[in-house]
Design a protein around this ligand. Sequence first.
Ligand code: NAI
Length: 256
Amino acid sequence: MNAQASLFDLQGRAAFISGASSGIGLHTARMLAGTGAAVALAARRADRLDAVVADMRAAGHRACAVTLDVTDAAAIAPAWQEAEAALGQPIGILVNNAGVIHVERFVEQSPEAVSRVFDTNLKGAYLMAQEAARCMVQRGEGSIVNIASSSGLRAGGQMSSYGASKAALIHLTQIMALELAGKGVRVNAIAPGNIETDMHAEFAGIEQGILKRIPMRRFGKPSDLDGAMLLLASDAGRYMTGTVIPVDGGQVLSWM
Ligand code: NAI
């Protein structure tokens, strides 16, 4: 491997992925393991990950599953410690991925719906990053990758709580980056466009209208995020912090 390619190598590193039982989180856990990282897959029901973890181990990867609901503040630190103990090493990469969407007109959204979205996408990600940063700062190194959304960069109808939570996550990314830059911890965000996962099913019936606003005229796949994810997680992104990388087929350029 030449010097530039080895910048992306995650051999010897460990990563924690929240919301890892499906979609982008599950794909990312597999992808990071494939590049050499030990991975902790966190999900509300870790037993759903038993088969996935067994497959990863059978393929020679180091992996564990931990139970974590990111809206349960008291559960975050124990889950991080459990993951480090299970992997047998400190974790230097957090992929803050757990998220929920709610599609409804602003005036109709119930307090419960608004709380669920903010508690998961913003407060959950905030407390998760806080725990990771506290541990990473002690070792003077780490990378936090927040999974935001193109909805956090541009307004979209019926996405008030979701879009606002993701916009706030982008702002939080920048503040965390500022505060942690001198301590060896980088904080960046990826802003995916429409990626074909369970969440994408929320847009059933209006896909053609969305496609017209995507310059590349196709929806993304979780693997389309691999390049940005690896860049931000690895030493290849060593001078990057506070950035937001859209991965959206150009959608953010041509919103309307
Ligand atoms: P998904 O629905 O497959 O994945 C979301 C994951 O988060 C699920 O595994 C779910 O169980 C988990 N989760 C939800 N609430 C949780 C909680 N309280 N504690 C722990 N885990 C929880 O959908 P997808 O697309 O893989 O979403 C992953 C991230 O990507 C989310 O943050 C989402 O907002 C973001 N995103 C997705 C886009 C898309 O088009 N699919 C576009 C832009 C951003």
